[in-house]
Design a protein around this ligand. Sequence first.
Ligand code: URA
Length: 273
Amino acid sequence: MTLESPPTVQQLLAFYLEAGVDCALTDEPVNRLSDPDLMPAAREAAPAQPVRTVPAAAPTIPSARAEPAAPEAAIQSAREAARTAPSLEALRALMETFDGCALKSTATRLVFADGNPQARIMFVGEAPGREEDLEGLPFVGRSGKLLDRMIAAIGLDRSSVYIANVIPWRPPGNRTPTPQETQICLPFIQRQIELVNPDVLVTLGNPSTQTLLSTREGIMKTRGRWFDYDTGTRQIRALATFHPAYLLRSPSYKRMAWLDLRAIAKALEQAKS
Ligand code: URA
């Protein structure tokens, strides 16, 4: 039997990149296979240790590692925190200190928003990518450039619109956020929309549309359709359209996106009068 030659460093890096591993989490490498705390399965498989009994009232020793809160507790604490934020600045400040979402520990920084908080129109995407994570601003990469062109097509720019994401921390390797992560972040974007209070809300792509407009239908069915978004204090007109990253991959849908942009421009005109 012949052993295959070990992969070169380039081959290994290419493998990691393809698997979505495109950033280092810490400066030092960690051998997670040798850390029993990180290997619950190995711990379970280990021979049973004699059971030690402790007095019922013994104080619990806090874990050295900050554990993310259980999903239900994290969702609840995000709801309470978001509700108490009286302004966008306060919301940003409390999100900076919120530890309930594990994505925060792998992201470089919070990507809160870009644009004008007084804007009459707000665009919401899914989650920051690599460039956004590095710059701390939403939609600054390739799809952001296309979003800028879409916004320019209705006579606006970043100084007259407000842009944010459902998830404010980059998922590692740009993976899809889990439903739990989305539920934990949802109260924050909901409060952000309420505080910006735009006349028109535009959801970009399927995840943002399904999460914010509470629909299970896909973007092919929802795009171009008007929804009522209820902030709790007001109804806002909301339109779903394609995500610019999708339009980059499927340019033939730009024609439909153009129709959506015309509808948005018309709604802004109507809301003025
Ligand atoms: N895609 C998104 O959904 N949001 C960004 O900020 C960038 C890319």
